[in-house]
Design a protein around this ligand. Structure first.
Ligand code: ZN
Length: 314
C-alpha cells in the first residue's frame, strides 16, 4: 500500500511516490506554468509515468491513496460546489481552477486536498519536529508567509484556512529609521507581517536578495521583531505547544531564530505563567525539521490520512 503525493506550488510542482513511514521512493519536479490546464495535464502525465516506472522496478508497488497539497487560496469547504478549487489568486491563469476534481480523477483511490502549508504542518507532525504534539503551528517564511495550524490534532479551518501572513503587527523600524516607518510591501495591507518580513518585503526594502544579505544587516532585526510579534500573537491566541519556523528565508538564515526567541520573550514580558509553561524557548520556537522535504512529505502525509479514512482538515 503506497502513497502518491502532489505538491502544487506557486512556481513548481513535485509529484512524489512514497511509503506510509514517510520514505520517498521517487519524485519528479515540473514548473507551474501560467496555463493551469496545461500544467495539470503535465502533472497527470508525470504521475502516470512515475507509477509505471515504479511498478516495473518494484513488483509490490501499489498506489493506494493520493494527497494534494496546493498553493491557495483553496476552497476547502466539503459542502461547497467549488470544493478543492483554487479561488481568487493573484497568480495569473489560476483563479477559479478546480484542482481536486481533475487530479483526483486520475487515480481511483482515496484522495485528500489541503494547502501546501497545511500539508507541511501534517508532515512535521508525522515525521518532523512536531512528532507527538497535537497543538502546534508550522510557519513558512519565504516569498510570502503562511502557516498550518494543528489544533487538537486537526488542521484549523473555519471560514477558510488561516492566513496568518497578513496579521497586523506593530510597525517595525530599523535602528536608523526611528523617525519614519517603512510602508511595507503587501499590496493589500502595506506593513502587515508579510509586508515586512517575507522574502519579497526584504528584497523590496534592501534592494538585495534575502539569500545574499549578511547576518549583521539591520533588516534582520526588523524581521526578527516582526516574527517575534507573530509568535506572541499566535501563542496568546492559539496556545500551541510548539511553533516551527520553515521556508526558504528561515532555512537560509537560521541565525534569525535565536533573535526571534529573545524578542518573543521580551514581548511576552513574563505574562502570567506562560514563560513557565513554555519552558525551554529553544524547544518552543524551533526550525522546522524536514527542510525542503516538508512540501513533498506534506502531500504524502495527506495521502496517508486519506488511506486511513481520516480527514485532518475537517
Ligand atoms: Zn497583507
Amino acid at each position: 500500500m503506497n502513497l502518491v503525493g502532489i505538491e502544487l506550488g506557486g512556481t513548481k510542482c513535485i509529484c512524489t511516490l512514497g511509503t506510509q513511514s514517510g520514505e520517498i521512493l521517487a519524485s519528479v519536479s515540473l514548473p507551474t506554468g501560467s496555463n493551469a490546464d496545461h500544467t495539470l495535464n503535465e502533472i497527470k502525465a508525470s504521475v502516470r509515468a512515475l507509477i509505471a516506472k515504479q511498478a516495473q522496478s518494484s513488483a509490490g508497488f501499489q498506489p493506494a491513496a493520493l494527497g494534494i497539497a496546493s498553493f491557495g487560496p483553496l476552497d476547502l469547504n466539503p459542502a461547497s460546489p467549488n470544493y478543492g478549487s483554487i479561488t481568487a489568486t493573484p497568480k495569473p491563469g489560476w483563479s477559479q481552477t478546480p484542482i481536486l476534481r481533475p487530479l483526483g480523477a486520475e487515480l481511483n483511490v482515496p484522495t485528500l486536498i489541503t494547502t501546501d502549508v497545511n500539508g507541511a504542518a501534517l508532515a512535521e507532525g508525522q515525521w518532523g519536529a512536531a512528532q507527538g504534539l497535537s497543538n502546534f503551528i508550522y510557519v513558512t517564511i519565504g516569498t510570502g508567509i503562511g502557516a498550518g495550524i494543528v489544533s487538537n490534532g486537526h488542521l484549523l479551518q473555519g471560514l477558510t484556512h488561516p492566513e496568518i501572513g497578513h496579521m497586523r503587527i506593530p510597525a517595525a523600524r530599523t535602528a536608523d529609521e526611528q523617525a519614519s516607518v517603512w510602508a511595507g510591501s503587501c499590496s493589500f495591507h502595506g506593513d502587515c507581517l508579510e509586508g515586512v518580513a517575507s522574502g519579497t518585503a526584504i528584497e523590496a526594502r534592501t534592494g538585495q536578495s534575502a539569500r545574499t544579505l549578511p547576518q549583521d544587516h539591520p533588516i534582520w532585526d526588523v524581521v526578527a521583531k516582526a516574527l517575534a510579534h507573530m509568535c506572541h500573537n499566535l501563542t496568546l491566541t492559539l496556545a500551541p505547544q510548539r511553533i516551527l519556523l520553515g521556508g526558504g528565508i528561515m532555512m537560509g538564515h537560521a541565525h534569525v531564530v535565536e533573535r526571534i526567541r529573545r524578542e518573543f520573550l521580551l514581548s511576552l514580558n513574563d505574562y502570567t505563567n506562560l514563560t513557565q509553561l513554555i519552558g525551554d524557548e529553544a524547544q518552543f520556537i524551533q526550525l522546522a525539521g524536514l527542510g525542503d522535504r516538508a512540501g513533498p512529505l506534506g502531500s504524502l502525509a495527506l495521502a496517508k490520512a486519506a488511506l486511513q479514512g481520516s480527514n485532518p482538515a475537517s
